[in-house]
Design a protein around this ligand. Structure first.
Ligand code: PLP
Length: 218
């Protein structure tokens, strides 16, 4: 049962950790089941899928775009999105800023930092993040609010690798926090959210542990 899984995870979380229920590949009815328990934060990784589900659900759902975002799709989500987790370039950030300005919004974003050993993971390295944040271009963006960082650990059973990757992101987050108004560190999924919380996560993105296994992975 979705509602039971959700309640069980929620009741185990420290109060400073926000749970994003990752509903990708699951139909709107399943999201509604979770919604009816009072849950409001849902994550999708594809713009098209998010848009089609949004139309079927109440307006007070807080939608999180957690996957890689292409610049040409930014305009579709900017009018309503609650938080964009995976900003991985200045180009993308500047497009979000531009579209947000058109709708007179300030859009919340996280910068995705590359911490895993795998080639396939998107994100910037620490140096790229630092240079983006200290650039003139960034300081002039008035319609985005960078709230913090997002990262994905290596997909491995070796807990030490996962822990060390989360820990390095937390250290980096803390150094930036002294200079910027950061309050969100999005790290941890079904397989590793407990480790992520021990290492300082404030936001976890959990899919299969709530909704069950996905038939296919997008
Ligand atoms: C799918 C996905 C998740 C959730 O994965 P689970 O293993 O099902 O919890 C978290 N973050 C991102 C970016 C994802 O794409």
């Amino acid at each position: 049962m979705i509602s039971e899984q959700l309640q069980e995870i929620k009741s185990s979380l420290p109060s400073h950790v926000t749970l994003i229920a990752v509903s990708k590949t699951h139909p709107a009815e399943k999201i509604d089941e979770a919604y009816k328990t009072g849950h409001r934060d849902f994550g999708e990784n594809k713009v098209q899928e998010l848009l089609s589900k949004k139309d079927l659900l109440p307006a007070d759902v807080q939608w999180h775009l957690i996957g890689h975002l292409q610049t040409n799709k930014v305009k579709y989500i900017v009018p309503f999105v609650h938080l964009i987790h995976a900003v991985d370039s200045m180009k993308l950030l500047s497009e979000i800023n531009k579209q947000a300005k058109k709708t007179d919004r300030v859009v919340n974003c996280l910068l995705q930092v590359y911490i895993a050993k795998e080639e396939t993971k998107f994100g910037m390295d620490f140096t790229e993040v630092e240079s983006l944040l200290s650039s003139q271009e960034f300081s002039e963006m008035k319609n985005i609010q960078v709230k913090g960082l997002m990262g994905m650990a290596t997909n491995t059973f070796d807990e030490n690798i996962v822990r060390n990757e989360f820990r390095s992101l937390k250290v980096f987050f803390e150094t930036l926090k002294t200079k910027l108004a950061f309050d969100t560190l999005s790290m941890g999924m079904s397989s590793d959210y407990k480790i992520a919380i021990q290492e300082g996560s404030t936001m976890i993105r959990v899919g299969s542990a709530i909704f069950g296994e996905r038939d296919y992975d997008l």
